[in-house]
Design a protein around this ligand. Structure first.
Ligand SMILES: *Cc1c(COP(=O)(O)O)cnc(C)c1O
Length: 435
């Protein structure tokens, strides 16, 4: 990217988690021009069109088994709204009234009111509380700030606390304890709210906006099994994690999980145009079929639903994934990112490093031993990003978590430049050594 004074920057967060091949990818530019030469927009209500139909067919081929039905909307928030409303109405068609949802604390699913209702980040969501419907929040499985750490009853955790106040990244014992405690928390809700929950909604593997909180291995699978046991559909919000960001095409694949709803947006158009889909199963789809006078229709449609320009660029984007074997080609870059993060761990103010595939969060803290955060007014995360800007690297933090979401198509050389810029900036701000 180039600013108004002609200075150049490497984009280390994919323009807020969307850019895939880089900016100004010629093939994507061409795909939009090609579609412009045919038709810019027609409604999808009562009509269909080639890019929309072919993209849906392709998504049905790529998605986990059983997710064959595609509903278009415009952004990540609407993809989640659609899943929530569909799940609710599915139960209504089955003759059940289920007005509540299970969600994770610290979750982020978008900024429209339904998505905010299942959102668990106090700073973003608290102000709107009087406007929201009921969500029951299960503990966020995040080992660094474990919600059960100080609880007497968490017997398994007592041993960890004796050894060190904060578990090291990848600490197996901590992960196992965290998984069981957090799944236990989810199960208590599933049991207590039996027959009232329309669905459980989760960001699989990584809770992005919370600061790239990475779930311990096995958590997602455990949640899927619990949902099946209690008969609650599972909504996977892969708006961030979808299309390779965690090293597999979809994050649910990492745990062989098949959700009932899959929400996709961000990377779907390679970062070019707003588009989203909510995918679901034949079973859910069929519940909405009936005679016209039964009005079983899912009454939800946006004016620009399945915009042909967006669908055309999404198709070309997916073609580039195939041609460039983008997800496979990511492996050495993920390895490099892992090495880099391991090297950062011993830095004086790096409290935690978290990684899932090509997504990473580096949590900076005032006191490494206790994990005590910096005062908000110190704006440490923000200052690190300003320091990075001087080095020609553009990143955006979440509080004091330095977030890395490199475009998947970044070259090894560019990746090195990005990582060096990030480390030097962290050292400059937190250790006071102008690097
Ligand atoms: C970004 C994001 C959303 C919201 O997407 P928008 O396009 O900004 O509405 C929803 N869920 C997750 C997991 C996200 O990261």
């Amino acid at each position: 990217m180039t600013d108004d004074r002609g200075r150049r920057y490497l984009d280390g967060v994919s323009s807020l988690w969307v850019t895939v091949h880089g900016h100004r990818e010629p093939a994507l530019d061409r795909a939009i021009r090609r579609q412009l030469g045919r038709m810019a927009h027609t409604t999808f209500l009562g009509l269909t069109h080639e890019p929309g139909a072919l993209l849906a067919a392709e998504l049905a081929r790529l998605a986990p088994r059983g997710l064959r039905r595609v509903f278009y909307s415009d952004n990540g928030s609407t993809a989640v709204e659609v899943a929530l409303k569909m799940a609710f109405q599915y139960w209504a068609h089955e003759g059940e009234k289920r007005p509540e949802f299970l969600a994770l604390s610290q979750s982020y699913h978008g900024d429209t009111l339904g998505a905010v209702s299942v959102g668990g980040i106090r700073l973003f969501h608290h102000a709107f509380k009087p406007l929201l419907f009921t969500a029951r929040f299960a503990p966020a499985p995040s080992c660094y700030r474990c919600p059960f750490r100080r609880k007497e009853s968490a017997g398994m955790l007592r041993g960890i606390e004796e050894r060190s106040l904060r578990p090291k990244p990848g600490d197996r014992r901590a992960q196992t304890a965290c998984r069981w405690e957090c799944l236990g928390g989810a199960e208590r809700i599933l049991k207590a709210r039996r027959g009232r929950l329309a669905a459980a909604v989760v960001e699989p593997v990584v809770q992005g906006a919370a600061g790239m909180l990475v779930q311990p291995p096995g958590y997602l699978k455990g949640l899927e099994l619990l949902c099946r046991r209690y008969g609650v559909p599972l909504i996977a919000d892969e708006v961030l994690t979808g299309f390779g960001r965690t090293g597999t095409l979809f994050a649910v694949e990492r745990e062989k999980v098949i959700p009932d709803f899959l929400c996709l947006s961000k990377s779907i158009t390679g970062g070019y145009l707003p588009l989203a889909v909510t995918m679901t199963t034949e079973k859910i789809y069929r519940a909405f079929l009936g005679r016209p006078e039964e009005f079983k229709t899912f009454f939800h449609g946006h004016t620009y639903t399945a915009n042909p320009l967006a669908c055309a660029v999404a198709r070309e984007n997916l073609k580039l994934y195939r041609q460039r074997r983008l997800v496979e080609a990511l492996r050495p870059k993920i390895v490099r990112l892992t090495e880099f993060l391991a090297g950062l761990r011993d830095r004086a103010h790096v409290g935690d490093v978290r990684q899932a595939g090509f997504l990473a969060g580096i949590e900076l803290v005032a006191d490494k031993r206790t994990g005590r955060p910096y005062p908000v007014t110190a704006r440490v995360g923000h200052r690190v990003c300003l320091a990075a800007r001087k080095r020609g690297v553009w990143i955006r933090p979440l509080g004091d978590v330095v977030v890395l979401v490199p475009p998947l198509g970044i070259s090894m050389k560019e990746l090195e430049r990005l990582l060096r810029g990030v480390e030097d900036s962290i050292v400059e701000v937190t250790e006071g050594e102008p690097a």
